[in-house]
Design a protein around this ligand. Structure first.
Ligand code: COA
Length: 245
């Protein structure tokens, strides 16, 4: 394990844990953390042993309070900032992964913190979690995909409310509106995430990959095209399945 802003731990059974590790600043995502996540996500993509990745935040108070606001305005120029973002599209990379991604969130999940979780496939929260996109109240708009991913997870009106007011919602509201799939007591959060991760990692690899791709890629298609995509995935899964057909 490194002692940097991101910790990485490979466990038995095809499960790996990624810890956002800047607890003193509520795991704010700074450039160094982004760079390390960028390298790490490539390593995950290229490691056939890793089937499921769980993200969590270090410390007692937050999954992540979002982008590091102390770095705002520090890029040499707007063009430079845009170029860096184009070259290193961390959120696009995470969304493209075939591995199953779980966010295990406690405390604050704000800005890029909640946006990271929305690039994951399944979100589990502890009962103390708070979710919000405060960017507009700072004069920005979400820039880690939030304007596009949030309305895909919650009803459009709630996405509007959260983004336009910047006010957070609590864990029960997030659960009721489908933003998180489970709420658990804080003390059980990581055990529950590990149990879910291990259960998924124990399923046949080809089937979980193809099922995830069918869901993710199909979400952008018409029903007819989505069903055609599913048929193609079914054929592929039959080719790779170990059971007799
Ligand atoms: N970037 C950089 N530092 C951050 C941060 C962020 N996004 N969020 C929190 N921190 C730092 C604080 O500056 C503080 O550091 P300090 O102890 O050196 O002063 C430390 O984390 C603890 O935060 P603090 O504000 O003292 O805790 P709190 O309980 O009073 O408030 C929050 C918690 C989350 C409400 C508040 O920290 C906050 O609003 N953070 C910014 C959230 C945000 O706007 N994120 C999106 C950016 S687009």
């Amino acid at each position: 394990m490194s002692e940097g802003p991101v910790l990485y731990e490979k466990r038995d059974g095809g499960v790996a844990w990624v810890t956002l590790n800047r607890p003193d600043v509520l795991n704010a995502i700074n450039l160094r953390m982004r760079d390390e996540l960028w390298e790490l996500m490539h390593a995950v993509r290229d490691d056939p042993d890793v089937r499921v990745v769980v993200f969590k935040g270090a410390g007692e108070r937050a999954f992540s309070a979002g982008a590091d606001i102390s770095e705002f305005g520090t890029a040499p120029s707007i063009a430079e900032a845009r170029r860096a973002r184009r070259e290193r599209d961390l959120w696009g990379l995470i969304l493209s992964l075939d591995e199953v991604l779980i966010a295990a969130m406690h405390g604050y999940a704000l800005g890029a913190g909640i946006e990271l979780s929305m690039c994951c496939d399944i979100r589990i929260a502890s009962d103390d979690a708070k979710f919000g996109l405060p960017e507009v109240s700072l004069g920005y708009i979400p820039s880690a995909g939030g304007t596009q991913t949030l309305p895909r997870h919650v009803p459009p009106g709630l996405a509007m409310q959260m983004i336009l007011t910047g006010d957070p919602i609590d864990a029960p509201a997030a659960y009721a509106r489908g933003l998180v799939q489970r709420i658990v007591p804080r003390a059980r959060l990581y055990a529950e995430a590990e149990t879910m991760a291990q259960a998924i990692a124990a399923r046949p690899a080809g089937a979980t990959r193809l099922a995830k791709r069918a869901i993710v890629d199909g979400a952008e298609l018409s029903l007819a095209s989505g069903l055609a995509l599913e048929s193609m995935m079914v054929r592929r899964s039959l080719e790779t399945a170990s059971l007799p057909r």
